[in-house]
Design a protein around this ligand. Sequence first.
Ligand SMILES: Cc1cc2nc3c(=O)[nH]c(=O)nc-3n(C[C@H](O)[C@H](O)[C@H](O)COP(=O)(O)OP(=O)(O)OC[C@H]3O[C@@H](n4cnc5c(N)ncnc54)[C@H](O)[C@@H]3O)c2cc1C
Length: 371
Amino acid sequence: MVRQSGKWSITRRSVVLSLGTATLAACQTARLVPTQSRRPGVPVQLSPAFFDRSVVGLRPGRIGGFRLASDKLGEKLVVHNYGHGGDGYTLSWPCARWAADQISKTHPGSVGIIGAGVSGLTTAWLLAQRGINVSIYAEQFSPDTTSNIAGAIILTGPNYRSGENANSGPSDDAINADVIAGFTPFLIDPRYGVYWIDHFQMRPLRQDGQSTYEEFLGRRVTSKFRTIMVDPNLYLAALMQDLSAMGVQFWTKKFTTLGDLARLPHTALVNCSGLGAGILFDDENMYPIRGQLTLLKPQPEIDYSYISRQPGGILYMFPRRENIVLGGTHQRGNAHLLPEPDEAERQLRGHAELMASLRGVPRISPDDAQN
Ligand SMILES: Cc1cc2nc3c(=O)[nH]c(=O)nc-3n(C[C@H](O)[C@H](O)[C@H](O)COP(=O)(O)OP(=O)(O)OC[C@H]3O[C@@H](n4cnc5c(N)ncnc54)[C@H](O)[C@@H]3O)c2cc1C
């Protein structure tokens, strides 16, 4: 993605980099192999042998929050569903449901969805389930969308109805009720790569020497709960299979003007073009939020996730069936798609330090579960 005439133009969604041997050697000298756990619980293996690759994705940030709105393009109804920033998976089902409800009210003959990331596929899924004839148009499909890069943990928030959404769209309660409920039907079939996980929110080590329960991990655990993790590549591929089986058509197409959209043979469109909406719909509130992930080879024994606020920045670890994801980069306005070796090293060193101090990962009892 490059900036052109004050707007953002997408050239590539993601870039993959193999870390240079110099960085890996530096990691090795920093002794990234964690010490053996002294309590039950399995630490993440961070040695160079486990390194797979670094990837970068651009979250679709939007000043004023995500956009859910009904609009007109000539005679066509256009429902917008984009700009979810770092919460696109979390918000996918409630926002898709709201968008699908706006479309259903008009009883359209057929609907065109613009975009094949998580927003477009979930909206299409709900419409197709209601018997509506759906076509999806996108420049890129899975596995090449931003949605394939996401860490994809589901974390509910207290306040979505701010800015533009203060008086429109679903209520915070409706959103939060649907965040987990939307994913629940997919938990039963491993094909979707959706599963429950024990999640820990951590702060740096306490310095006051006081022994509290929170120091069980060698650091303060500010909260712990069960939530949902999504394996994006599995999930998006499975949704596309479902959609295909429901008769949804897929068309690879890049739209450059609204005139292109007006010519589509549908009475209603849903705009799920993510960051692309900035240019296509001239939304100047859109901006990229760069995220770099370090992917490690799969470690099936890791069945927990964490987010840790460290002095050098946020670090998170999410396990997937395909790999272990290390992340925490959050650079507003930065559309640089090449992975930066310094950031990969920050993540590897930071997680290694966390793991070295980890004394065991406790299981969460059902009583602790929030969800
Ligand atoms: C590193 C990283 C970590 C993340 N972690 C999480 C997380 O833990 N939890 C969470 O909830 N969210 C997370 N996110 C955010 C989440 O990934 C996004 O909010 C979400 O993927 C956006 O989905 P989308 O479908 O709206 O957009 P996208 O996935 O970007 O899809 C946009 C679609 O529109 C198409 N398109 C765009 N412009 C045009 C055009 N002009 N013509 C034709 N087609 C077009 C594209 O080709 C694509 O198919 C993360 C994101 C990143 C980058």
